[in-house]
Ligand binder design. Sequence first.
Ligand SMILES: *Cc1c(COP(=O)(O)O)cnc(C)c1O
Length: 455
Amino acid sequence: MRKILLQESEIPTKWYNALPDIPNGLEPPIDPATGQPATPEKLCAIFAPPLLEQEMSAESWIEIPEEVLDKLTMWRPTPLVRAKRLEDAVGAVARIYYKNESVAPAGSHKCNSSVAQAYANKVSGITKLTTETGAGQWGSALAFACALFNMECLIYMVRCSYEQKPFRRSMIHTWGAEVVPSPSDTTECGRRVLARDAQCPGSLGIAISEAVEVAASRKDTNYTLGSVLNHVLLHQTVIGLEARRQLEIGGEEQPSVVVGCCGGGSNFAGIALPFLRDRLDGRRIRFVAVEPAACPTMTRGHYAYDYGDSSSYTPLLKMFTLGSQFMPPGIHAGGLRYHGMAPIVSALIRESIVEPVNYTQLPCFEAASLFARSEGIIPAPESSHAIRAAIDEARKEENRDKVVLFNLSGHGHFDMGAYDKYLSREMEDFELPDSVLEEAAKTLPAFGFDKLGVA
Ligand SMILES: *Cc1c(COP(=O)(O)O)cnc(C)c1O
């Protein structure tokens, strides 16, 4: 069987909340003003109460609201596909399956959370949402969701992507949202950055600061984040829950290796977390989290409390981080250039349950091209990292006759400039020197600093 499909009626009706299952738990977000755990009252200034409830919930299963399910069925359940032609092309000894999240309206898994977040804000009386976007995927997903719920939407888009990806902008406009290149002169923190460096290409950290500043200053406006936070990972668990069910009805065994690419960790968590209990119950299953060598948060970062943005507006999160002032080099997987990693994914690395790996972009684009030529779909540069690792796992003798499952987080239709660079051999790999990472790490707040989990 090439494709395993679920009926619309078989869409998961509950999200799986991994929080209560994480061995030794998570450390709480800290309010930098007090040094104490951040209070929900303070976070309510920018986040909708239902999302804060999900963020801290101790319930293992959380009901997906009817209205959100109704929107999700516009493209869900998504197909689970056996990549037989890819297996043959790469000489795989394992069976490779991928969950195809590229079929969502904005082209990636991000729509799973954008509709859930827009709905939670709508029922909380909020009329306008702000956010940041790097590659433009989250911005377009939120613009789409706001269109469905008749909400206003303001997006700060990292300036270099704004210039490189005019059609992501056009998508956002088509769905009726406003998009501003960041750093901008519309916020205090943006103006501060521009005063220092008028040519600043921007970063996710700066764009987050701008979006948070606007949301914090207006009662009718909230901020939304496309990854990292517990509630975002929660919304993405529909991916793994569906995949699990699809393998079951396809008469296939459950995976021995689950692979996802990691920017802030949400699509990886979405496909991996629904298999966490199997691992905790003693089943041999590995979780491989793939990041770019140019932004090596999990493989070369620090496990420490750090800010989520570059202007220190957010609470401190305990996570793997390169430091909030880290300026990632301009690689083509724009969605993987964030300085931090989801606290849930970070804690699972701490517990040696999740294995982080990194790849440079050339071998990822090679894998993406192989995938496009064998399976037909042109992957997002972000997703190419998962494909690379899935291919390498599927060739290992230890995985012979086993199932390797990866998440195809999105398509690359707006990234053809990157493919052109790869095909014309203009794309380069380079080593990120230790000195750059050491410089960025100096900006880590003194609070609870430790390296790689060693206090
Ligand atoms: C945003 C994005 C990612 C990275 O974000 P996560 O939260 O780590 O999933 C990966 N792939 C695609 C296609 C994206 O748009």
